[in-house]
Ligand binder design. Structure first.
Ligand SMILES: NC(=O)c1ccc[n+]([C@@H]2O[C@H](COP(=O)([O-])OP(=O)(O)OC[C@H]3O[C@@H](n4cnc5c(N)ncnc54)[C@H](OP(=O)(O)O)[C@@H]3O)[C@@H](O)[C@H]2O)c1
Length: 325
């Protein structure tokens, strides 16, 4: 099969279209003929050699954490899917290829209203945001949520999901154009962080927020802590500005805060399967009827993968960036 292979670790120039052996599905796995795959920030780090794939390390390291395509083969014990069915899946690597094998419980049938790029835009962004808001933040209707990097892949899913769950939303973004996008997705207020400090906007409201979904880390730590209500929950999903910071433990206990980190790829398969099945029964129907929408910014051809990585690295993404065959 054709795949995007790594010539080494480094910049986008190490990504090269090449050929490698087809994956062979295990007894409970399906083989997907990939039509579209999502690009994630983790792919950029893995390309640089800063985010190694989980053990056991694959013989051929291929990037890509999510895809949509057609079921081309099934293992002996597969009961959930049939040949020719359109599916999307969350994988721990290997989606930048013509074929990828995945456990049947990590895939879902693509709702008929969605095309390939839309379907491939769902797994990583929506599952990360869904898990952060539900299991990690224990969101309830009427909660107020501050969502950073809100126009990005995960952020654009988080804004919609929080709105769908009945929360009020303050979103932070880097431009007026992105502010417009997140308001359309359900944010009640959008703060362009280059013009205004979000902590000042929240302080001016007279009440902090119940939940923060943070992708920024270091640069936002102090303002995040000051923006939470007593008993508030900070969920650390990414560390785009850096991962190391000074912590005033006194403030944490005075405000009785909960701080939780989350990561999808490194979790045991059993945990990821449970999350996927919960998402399928709870949220997927709303993607099928259009109440939730994958936000597709742009789809590049697989051969333009280097350009696509540059696009994401330059913070241009408004929603998801995809690769298609
Ligand atoms: N824990 C997990 O399981 C998990 C899963 C998926 C993703 N993630 C992490 O979540 C983060 C977001 O992923 P994504 O796929 O949504 O990325 P994305 O689509 O590329 O969006 C990220 C956006 O964040 C903003 N940003 C970048 N650097 C920033 C900084 N220093 N300060 C403030 N804003 C910054 C940029 O938008 P603006 O123009 O608005 O600044 C950028 O477009 C990444 O760190 C990723 O690794 C974690």
């Amino acid at each position: 099969m054709q795949a995007i292979l790594l010539k080494g670790y480094g910049g986008p120039e190490v990504l090269a279209l090449g050929t490698t052996a087809d994956p062979v599905p295990g007894p409970e796995e399906i083989l997907i003929a990939v039509r579209a795959a999502g690009i994630n920030r983790a792919d950029l780090l893995q390309r640089e050699g800063r985010y190694p794939p989980p053990e056991p390390r694959p013989e051929q390291e291929i990037l890509g954490l999510e895809c949509a395509g057609i079921v081309e083969a099934v293992g002996d014990r597969v009961t959930d899917f049939v040949l020719g069915q359109p599916v999307a899946a969350l994988v721990t690597g290997g989606a930048y290829a013509e074929k990828v094998a995945v456990h049947q419980r990590m895939a879902f049938a693509v709702p008929p209203n969605l095309g390939w790029p839309e379907a491939a835009a769902i797994p990583e962004a929506f599952l990360t945001a869904y898990d952060a808001l539900t299991d990690k933040a224990q969101i309830g209707a009427g909660d107020s949520v501050l969502i950073h990097a809100a126009a990005g892949g995960v952020g654009s899913a988080a804004v919609q999901l929080a709105h769908w769950m009945g929360a009020s939303i303050v979103a932070t973004v880097g431009s007026q154009e992105k502010a417009h996008l997140v308001r359309n997705l359900g944010a009640d207020e959008a703060v362009v962080y280059r013009d205004q400090r979000f902590a000042e906007v929240i302080a001016a409201r007279g009440k902090g927020v119940d939940i923060i979904l943070d992708f920024v880390g270091q640069a936002y730590w102090d303002d995040n802590i000051s923006s939470l209500v007593p008993g508030g929950r900070l969920i650390v999903v990414g560390t785009l500005s850096g991962a190391v910071t000074d912590v005033n433990l006194g403030l944490l206990l005075q405000k009785r805060l909960t701080i939780r980190g989350t990561a999808l790829r490194s979790r045991p398969l059993e945990d990821r399967m449970q999350l996927m099945q919960k998402f399928i029964s709870h949220a997927l129907p709303s993607l099928a009827d259009g109440r939730l929408k994958p936000v597709v910014d742009v789809a590049f051809e697989f051969g333009q993968v280097a350009e696509a990585h540059e696009y994401v690295a330059r913070d241009r993404a408004r929603g998801k960036v995809l690769l298609t065959w």
